[in-house]
Ligand binder design. Structure first.
Ligand SMILES: Cc1cc2nc3c(=O)[nH]c(=O)nc-3n(C[C@H](O)[C@H](O)[C@H](O)COP(=O)(O)O)c2cc1C
Length: 356
């Protein structure tokens, strides 16, 4: 196997990355006051840059104060205090020669209305997931079907949050279109059964994502990155394939590839799994349909898995391994034998126990 791509530099638009490895976005639910995360949670990001990451992602930042929050303790990026806090995180990441990316999300029907100051929950269609909310043991609320007014209003939240990220000095902004949250809900016929211009054909289901990208790009300067994260799975009803078939997935990837974005970030459970009944993995299927740089994530935990994942992608992101092993980047470099961490082990992310 090719064994030396992970530590070769990569030119991502105007940014020269020192290697091909990064910290995946990870929600920590630690914000108590003012939607600002705990200091140790912020320090974790700088520490991973110091430990060798080329790219460091924030947790999913919530886009508005009304309907976007899906978990307690999520962070926001629209007040001066929030922006100033994140600016110091960026300074640390930049001083360590890494790139910082702010991921932003709206939970859609995966809502926790009590934590949204306006108590609303919104979705493309009035359909609940089957699974109970694992944090409450209760069903998710039945969301209101978004009106066109709601759609415009929610897009404003993405715009304002992107402006906050630009002001805070992030190198890039990622629109979270994966994991069965709002944008993903519009993309998938599993959750989008609208009969207006936002539902029906893949092109119409894509319209909301297009409008978010178009609006956000206008406030993200050309010298900063705009990235879109996509997945075929959602955090609820995990067995469901959100795109259902290769053709539909690749159609959406082709639409995305015509947008003014700088990379597509593909999220999987396991990068190596073949998808949609084909003999290709998700990165390969994405590459077939796109000329854009591709990030891949999912069970990349050591040098061999990183190198194999990078055969079909440009950047490999790792979640649980970067969370639990502060020396992960160095351990990958030296080829140390390591095992993949379990989701149970990663639950430390949601406690007040400081990470190693
Ligand atoms: C504690 C935790 C929090 C996560 N939060 C987010 C998130 O906010 N946004 C997101 O896109 N993915 C999130 N993920 C998914 C990761 O980004 C990644 O896709 C997943 O962990 C699979 O990669 P891994 O096998 O390297 O852990 C989270 C994962 C973990 C373990």
């Amino acid at each position: 196997m090719n064994n030396d791509k992970a530590f070769t530099p990569f030119q991502l638009k105007n940014f020269q990355l020192r290697n091909r490895l990064g910290v995946a976005p990870m929600t920590r639910m630690s914000s108590i006051r003012d939607s600002v995360p705990r200091q140790d949670v912020l320090d974790f990001l700088g520490a991973r840059a110091q430990n060798g990451a080329a790219i460091v992602y924030t947790e999913a930042i919530v886009t508005d104060y009304e309907s976007s929050q899906g978990y307690p303790g999520q962070a926001r990026m629209t007040t001066q205090r929030q922006i100033d806090t994140w600016r110091t995180v960026n300074e640390t990441i930049h001083a360590a020669d890494a790139l910082s990316i702010m991921q932003m999300f709206h939970c859609g029907r995966m809502a926790w209305p009590e934590v949204n100051p306006a108590g609303r929950s919104l979705a493309p269609s009035r359909i609940s997931v089957k699974q109970l909310n694992p944090l409450t043991g209760q069903p998710y609320p039945l969301a209101d079907e978004m009106s066109v007014f709601d759609i415009r209003h929610v897009i404003n939240g993405f715009i304002e949050t992107a402006k906050g990220a630009v002001a805070a000095g992030f190198d890039g902004i990622e629109i979270h279109g994966a994991h069965g949250y709002l944008i993903s809900q519009f993309l998938s016929a599993y959750s989008n059964q609208r009969s207006d211009e936002y539902g029906g054909t893949p092109e119409r289901r894509y319209r909301f994502a297009h409008e978010v990208i178009e609006a956000v790009r206008q406030v993200v300067p050309q010298d900063r990155l705009l990235i879109f994260r996509i997945s075929d799975w959602g955090v609820a009803d995990m067995e469901v394939s959100l795109f259902g078939a290769r053709d539909e997935y690749q159609t959406i990837i082709r639409y995305l590839s015509g947008e003014p974005i700088d990379a597509i970030s593909v999220s999987t459970y396991d990068y190596s799994l073949k998808a949609f009944g084909t003999d290709k993995n998700m990165a390969q299927l994405t590459r077939e349909a796109s000329h854009l740089p591709i990030f891949i994530c999912g069970k990349i935990y050591d040098r061999a898995s990183a190198e194999e994942a990078l055969l079909d992608a440009d950047i490999a992101l790792s979640g649980k391994s970067t969370l639990l092993n502060p020396h992960w980047f160095e351990d990958v470099r030296t080829g140390k034998t390591m095992a993949a961490y379990t989701s149970e082990e990663a639950n430390i992310a949601y406690t007040e126990t400081p990470l190693p």
